[in-house]
Design a protein around this ligand. Structure first.
Ligand code: TTP
Ligand code: MG
Length: 397
């Protein structure tokens, strides 16, 4: 029989706000709201725990946040800075397990089964990891450890900020089963209502409810929920390279006529960059490795890739990197028949998926070109991929 796993979940505390407090020490201990300016129409991405006392929350319109917390400090999001901090966190987590799976910008799962033999070890590993994050990044995080991802995440949320909660399987009935079903990831308001009508209120109620009955009222979600409540099927953590295999996004183009015209080549690289950039943003991914491949008329193929210390998702960035990579290998005047760009080392670094609006905000607030990108993506969403194109394409395509 397989050994029971031990899964650790790590979630940074008030992530964007804590980074701002760290970088502006006068803000420590004060209400800080990140995500927009007073008077603006944006929403709060997050806020410090001091601001939460006033009732400010993630996703709240800034105007309302100002009402609730007029003396708070409001700071615009600085995506690049948070992304960098996120990478530094992942670097530290990598010291603790070969299997680390980041699931959002400030959250990751680690399979620590191989490093711990008892609860005492788990406490030690949790404390050590927290200490290193605090010492090296001056940030705090909360940690949960349990035999699967769902319960580990629930454990993290039990004590925040700066918590460490370990749940042994023997304690599930006492600590997990009495919790309300809303704690279970993936449960919507509608299902919650249906379950309440059946008298199901807690995770334990679901865990013992007949699976086929749940299927009858909730469809395919019923058995899924049942498994979640029992913590089944959620103990696999994908290591970075396992992820990469699945999560690389690329596009290639075979030219109608082989060419060595650099204007045309650049234009195709640009078009491919836009395509890849858009697909990355659609799936809320960003990657650190960019690869360009190409094929000459004689069918000989070449590729060049580079991994960067930052994540890319913007068309222009992908384009400038791809161009650099391409021309570092391309033998000028030789004709090309195919070009391709792939972004890999991709992580779902943009927050949880339950609020698209706020997620795209992170993309768009990073720099000026972000606003334009957002508009272009939106136009394409509504009117199709050909709705808007760079004037330069008209000459060629
Ligand atoms: P969370 O981990 O959900 O929130 P948090 O780290 O700010 O606070 P907590 O201590 O409760 O974990 O999200 C991580 C970051 O993602 C957060 O700092 C800002 C960003 N974010 C958004 O931009 N929009 C959102 O709706 C949410 C929930 C988070
Ligand atoms: Mg967090």
């Amino acid at each position: 029989m397989n050994k029971k796993k031990r899964i650790m979940h790590v979630d940074m505390d008030a992530f964007f706000a804590s980074i701002e407090q760290r970088d502006q020490p006068l803000l420590k201990g004060k209400p800080v709201i990140v995500g927009g300016e007073p008077g603006g129409r944006g929403v709060a991405a997050t806020c410090s725990y001091e601001a939460r006392k006033f009732g400010v929350k993630s996703g709240m319109p800034i105007a309302l946040a100002v009402k609730k917390c007029p003396d708070g400090t409001f700071i615009r999001t600085n995506g690049k800075k948070y992304m960098y901090a996120s990478m530094r966190v992942i670097e530290i987590l990598n010291r603790y397990s070969p299997k680390v799976e980041p699931t959002s910008i400030d959250e990751a799962y680690l399979d620590v089964t191989g490093s711990v033999k008892d609860r005492e070890d788990e406490r030690k590993i949790g404390e050590s990891l927290k200490r290193e994050i605090r010492r090296e990044l001056e940030l705090t995080c909360s940690v949960g450890i349990a035999s699967n991802r769902i319960f580990a995440k629930i454990a993290t949320n039990m004590k925040k900020p700066d918590g460490l909660t370990i749940i042994a399987d023997e304690e599930l009935e006492k600590k997990i089963y009495p919790l309300p079903i809303s704690e279970l990831i993936g449960i919507g308001k509608k299902s919650e209502g249906i379950l309440k009508n059946l008298g199901i209120k807690t995770i334990g109620d679901i865990a013992v409810y007949p699976e086929n009955e749940l299927e009858r009222v909730l469809g395919v979600n019923g058995p899924l929920l049942s498994k979640l409540a029992r913590g089944e099927g959620s103990d696999r953590v994908l290591a970075f390279d396992e992820e990469e295999e699945v999560k690389s996004i690329g596009s290639e183009h075979t030219l109608e006529r082989d060419t060595c015209d650099e204007n045309i080549i650049n234009m195709i690289l640009l078009k491919l960059s836009e395509k890849v950039g858009r697909r990355l943003r659609e799936s809320r991914f960003a990657g650190r490795t960019v690869a360009v491949k190409f094929r000459y008329s004689d069918f000989s193929s070449f590729s060049k890739r580079c991994t960067y210390p930052f994540f890319v998702w913007e068309d222009n960035k992908i384009y400038s990197i791809s161009k650099k990579l391409f021309y570092s290998v391309y033998k000028r005047t030789k004709k090309i028949r195919l070009l391709g760009i792939t972004v890999s080392g991709v992580v779902k670094s943009y927050l949880n998926t339950n609020n698209n609006k706020i997620q795209t905000e992170l993309f768009t607030n990073c720099n000026k070109s972000g606003k334009l990108l957002k508009t272009i993506d939106l136009l394409k969403d509504i009117h199709g991929e050909m709705a808007i194109a760079r004037a330069a394409y008209l000459k060629i395509l």
